[in-house]
Design a protein around this ligand. Structure first.
Ligand code: SAH
Length: 279
């Protein structure tokens, strides 16, 4: 808790990152120049020192980009989908910053859950209609023959529907497979799953891939059984629980033919934010 608070203090509240990144650079680059003779004698700038300073700048830029990514990421995990939509509407560039950082993080994962989901789809009929909730760069749509409704907060591509996924324009009982790949981010994540339940046909599939630590009760994560029970109470049966991967869990469900609601309110476990560490 203390560590959490001091981290917040260091980072400040979720301020929008400054777009004028270069203004943060001179402080460090001046320090670098003081140590060299370049300032006094720029004509003698050696190619090795210019190489050094450009790699220093690259490092600084990467550090800043990493900081921006972690800040936006934390914001997305600690607000509602509606707030996240407003956040990106105000400045869509933040979405690109987020995704650049996301791709960087993913490049360190030995296996990507989205590829496992693509494989799963390829092994089945391409006539299945898919909704990819929180599609990111729409990798699912780009890699399968199926009709895919790609949904995300911001659309950089005409094929992506931009909306908060708790309220999509999809018709009820219109899709065979609903995918949530690392996208149960908002504090109101249950409303995304309810939306998936609404648009799924009876016997339709709900495929969830999530960061493993979020389902690790020994480390403040949710109890996967409690999560699974909540999904089942919404009208699903559990089809797969796969904890074999080091980085993510796979939880697949099948929608029941007939929904038999007992009218009780569903108790959803809190899903803790996935905070990426500085590399
Ligand atoms: N599924 C992709 C991207 C995962 S990143 C992949 O596996 O590569 C999570 C994505 O979920 C982000 O693009 C984020 O914008 C999106 N997202 C988070 N909350 C959302 C919401 N309420 N509505 C729509 N998209 C959301």
């Amino acid at each position: 808790m203390k560590e959490e608070q001091s981290r917040k203090r260091r980072r400040g509240k979720h301020k929008k990152p400054q777009k004028t990144q270069p203004s943060l650079l001179p402080k460090h680059s001046t320090r670098l120049h003081k140590k060299t003779h370049q300032q006094k004698n720029p004509a003698h700038q050696s190619s090795s020192s210019s190489l050094k300073s450009s790699s220093f700048l690259d490092k600084m830029k990467a550090r800043l980009a990493g900081g921006h990514f972690r800040m936006i990421n934390e914001k997305l995990y600690t607000c509602t989908g509606k707030e996240a939509l407003d956040y990106f509407k105000e400045d869509p560039e933040l979405f690109d910053m987020y995704h650049a950082g996301y791709q960087e993080q993913m490049s360190h994962w030995p296996e990507l859950p989205v590829n496992i989901i693509i494989k799963w789809l390829k092994e089945r009929s391409s006539s299945l209609i898919v909704a990819d909730f929180g599609c990111g760069d729409a990798r699912v749509a780009k890699n399968v023959k199926n009709k895919v409704f790609s949904i995300d907060l911001v659309s950089n591509d005409p094929s992506v529907i931009s909306c908060d996924m708790s309220n999509t324009p999809l018709r009820p009982s219109s899709v065979d497979v609903a995918v949530f790949c690392l996208s149960l981010m908002g504090t109101n994540y249950a409303s995304y799953l309810k939306e998936a339940c609404r648009v799924l046909k009876p016997s339709g599939w709900l495929l969830i891939a999530e960061v493993k630590s979020r389902f690790d009760p020994n480390n403040g994560g949710a109890d996967p059984n409690m999560f699974s029970k909540a999904v089942c109470e919404m009208g699903f049966t559990s089809a797969l629980k796969d904890f074999s991967n080091k980085m993510f869990v796979l939880l697949y469900f099948k929608k029941k033919e007939n929904k038999s609601s007992n009218g009780r309110e569903i108790e959803w476990p809190e899903l803790k934010p996935c905070i990426y560490k500085r590399r």
